[in-house]
Design a protein around this ligand. Sequence first.
Ligand code: UDP
Ligand code: MG
Length: 138
Amino acid sequence: MVQRTLSIVKPDAVKKNAVGAVIRCFEDAGLRVAALKMLHLSAEEAGRFYVVHRERPFYKDLTSFMSEGPIAVLVLEGPDAIARVRKIMGATNPRDAAPGTIRALYAENIERNAVHGSDSEGSAGYEIPFFFPEIEIH
Ligand code: UDP
Ligand code: MG
């Protein structure tokens, strides 16, 4: 099934000049960039994006990290895009990420882990319109 998923190049990876490298990984796997832009979230906006994690012990640090600098946000489209993007990203903790995955290559630690990808159709349905009106998705 053709799906759309939301990905973010997080502030750590943007600082490392890895925006292009991250997008390259997705494009080389056959995923299509359907929308793309950069922005700098406030801590409040980062908190709303990650609202599902609001009770987690890492929530405050996460919202501070995600608002420390600019991010690149993109919509990726393709067959089975949600699961495929998760596989290309690698595990949340880069110590567990398979060799060659984005997180194995670019993540610093479990928090500063370079990239985000929607984990389900439900979360993609929240995350894509959080950043992009339909008219900006191609
Ligand atoms: N995170 C963290 N500490 C943890 C788990 C997660 O700082 O113990 C951060 C990390 O940046 C992660 C984000 O919170 O990417 C969202 O966590 P989630 O479990 O949804 O991981 P993901 O779906 O990004 O792999
Ligand atoms: Mg997640």
